[in-house]
Structure formats: C-alpha cells, structure tokens
Design a protein around this ligand. Sequence first.
Ligand code: PMP
Length: 432
Amino acid sequence: REKRHLLHMNSDELFQRARQTIPGGVNSPVRAFRSVGGTPFFTESARGAILTTADGKDLIDFVCTWGPAIHGHNDPDIRAAVAEALDKGTSFGTPGPLEVEIAEAVVSRVDSVEKVRMCNSGTEATMSAIRLARGYTGRDKIVKFIGCYHGHVDSLLVQAGSGALTLGKPDSAGVPASFAAETLLCAYNNFEAITELFSKYGDQIAAIIVEPYPANCGLILPLEGYLAHLRKITQEHGSLLIFDEVMTGFRLAMGGVQEREGITPDLSAFGKVIGGGLPVGAFGGRAEIMDYLAPDGPVYQAGTLSGNPLAMAAGLAALKKLDSGVFQNLEAAGAKISEALRSEAKRQGIPLTINQAGSMFALFFNPDPVRSFDDVQKSDTERFSRFFHAAMKEGVYLPPSAYETCFLSTAHDEDTLDRAIESLVAALRTSA
Ligand code: PMP
C-alpha cells in the first residue's frame, strides 16, 4: 500500500484508499454520493459556512454536518468550551457537573421535557425513547410514518410500503421480520389513515414516533391540525406521542417544532444541535415516564460515554448561543434563499417546489405542492442530481440526495447567501 501521507492526497486518491479499509469508503452511507452519482469529496477543514476540500476548493455548505452546525463550522465559542473541558479530562465514567448543567438547559428550554437523559447519537435517542414507551405502556407496537427516518434502529428501519395501512417489512437485511412486524406504517398528513390504524390496533400501540416536520424525504410540513390529531388520538388510546426532533430541536425554535406548533409530546428525541458538533443524542419528557428508566425504573438504558464532558461542553456552548434573535435571522435567511430560487425557477420555466421552515429547506423538481411522501416521490430526482453537480461546480455543496434537507447556519450571512443564490441560479440554468 502506498505510503504517501494521507494529508497530501486529493479526494479521489483518498476515496480509493478509503475503500480498501472502510466499507464503501465511508462511515455513513449517504456520504458516498450514490444517489447523485460520482464520488465524494473529502473535507480538509471547515469554518463558518465554508468547507475546504482536500482538493483545496472552498464550498458554501448547505449540509452543515447534517444539521448540528447551526452556528457554522468550527464556532470559536464551542471550540473554547471544548478546550476548557479538555483541560480537565476526556471522559470520567462518573457523573460530572456539565451533565447537570445541560439537563437543566434542556429542561428550561423545552416545555414538554421535565427530565432528560443524554446519549451518543440520534439513533440511540429514538431507540431508547421507543424502549421506554414500550416499557411504560406495556405494549409492543409502534407507529411510524412512511418516509420518516429515525436512525438505524432495527424496528424503525421500515419505511416503504404501498398504501397507507400496511404491516411493516424490514428495509435492511439483518432486521428480523418479527421485529419489523411490531412496526405499523402510516402515511403522514393522512388523517383517516392514522384514525383507521388506531381503530384497529389502538390498544396494542405503545407510541407514535414522528418527525413532526418530516425532513428525511425532503421537507414536508404538517397540514393544519394534523399534529393535534396525532396528539388527540394517542391520548384517547393510552399511547404515547414521541416527537423525533433530532433535526428540528433547537434548530427551528428553541423548543423545536413542538414550540412552533404548540403541541406537547410525551417524549422527545434530540441530537445534532444539542451536541454542538460532537456525538450527542438525548431523549426526555414527562418525569413520570422518564422515571421508568434504570436505575429508578425497569427500562434499561446505558452508555459508557453518555454525558461525555467534551460533548456536554460543546452542546452547552451551542445551546447558550441560541436566542429568539438567532431564530428570527435564520427564518429570514431561509425565506430569502427559498424565495429567490422559486422566482428564478419560475422565470426559467423550471418546475421547482421549495418547502421551507426556518433554517431548513428542501428543493423538489416537481410542479405541484409537496405535502406527502407520495408527492415527494413524484419529483424528478435525475434533475436533482444534475442540479447537485452543477451547484458543486459553482462552489455550493447541497445535500447529496434529493431526499435530504438543506440546512442554514448563522454563518450564512447576507454576503454568503447572495453568493450562494447567484451560484444556484447559474446551476439551475446549466442543469436544465
Ligand atoms: N432522527 C432523525 C429525524 C434524523 O434525521 C436522524 C439522522 N439524520 C436520526 C434520528 C439519527 O441520528 P444519528 O444519525 O445521530 O444516529
């Protein structure tokens, strides 16, 4: 094997090398660019809104490390907080003061959360929330929505399925059909489908888990009253409502979608922003339910590195920098770029629908409104791939899949946004 120093290799050389020792050359599949074609670039460093690739190219980044970087990359305050914690040690395996501080920070910011447990990823958060819901209710079935992603939890890797009312079949090899059979699938934004599901299985359903704004199939916003309908139907049947706010928590408002929409879930899962760019997840909710967790209760959940001091320091620093002014600015930035692209697409006669909420927006090459997973699937994904590559040539990095959401950060200032819009307008033209 070539001995040349990895730091001196370009992206293509690194990818070749990576494929020899890492499955598919990546540590998380979507990074491999399979759905847009081509091979991924490697990032050498990142600062603010800019990624610098191993090829020495600067890209305006609309992925923001898939959500965490709400303050931009390599934020100086987060760096300083991590450095301060680093000075005291990297991991203790005992409780530490920063864990109390972040728990209080979460509880004071999210109304529905009275107690919270930290873990290491969004996947752990949803997995644990579901186990807790099952342990608390004594029921096994879970409802999930087609097109929602909650991490690579066995019983949640069940997505596709035709029709609104189907018993789950696993999406991934290695997930026993018997696990998936406990997962009931439903179409998001379809009032009747969930009502029917509950009239059939209501007394067996431990919980609904939902991305309140589904953001793993582009971005879908709830129809008027839909989340309230989920709240009501779960209450009527003694089931729990779990909001997966791994993407939206501390990003679309301090209290996430639940604050924006005025809905109180029983449990919530968090990740991404709450870790300030370090590996963190968390789940929390009503104290009475959270107290079912070990060591007080019968539901086991644990983690060697849970509450890690460096991760807690990063997360706390990220949370402390959020306030209503930040969310207002991000909302305005999201609206600005969406509006600019919509009107340019219209001018060029390109069928483009953009769904946007705060600092998240998704592009669908689709002439019609996108309100359901079926609508998402009617979008022109080949056109998205062409647009993605054209944007890269213009210096803008969009999510490498038509089913992902774009993220903004506070580092996407006026000047950066104007440059990005100019580049994306050019990319719309050249990819047409
Ligand atoms: N839930 C949602 C809504 C997510 O978007 C993701 C990841 N994109 C997860 C859970 C899983 O989080 P992680 O990748 O940190 O395990």
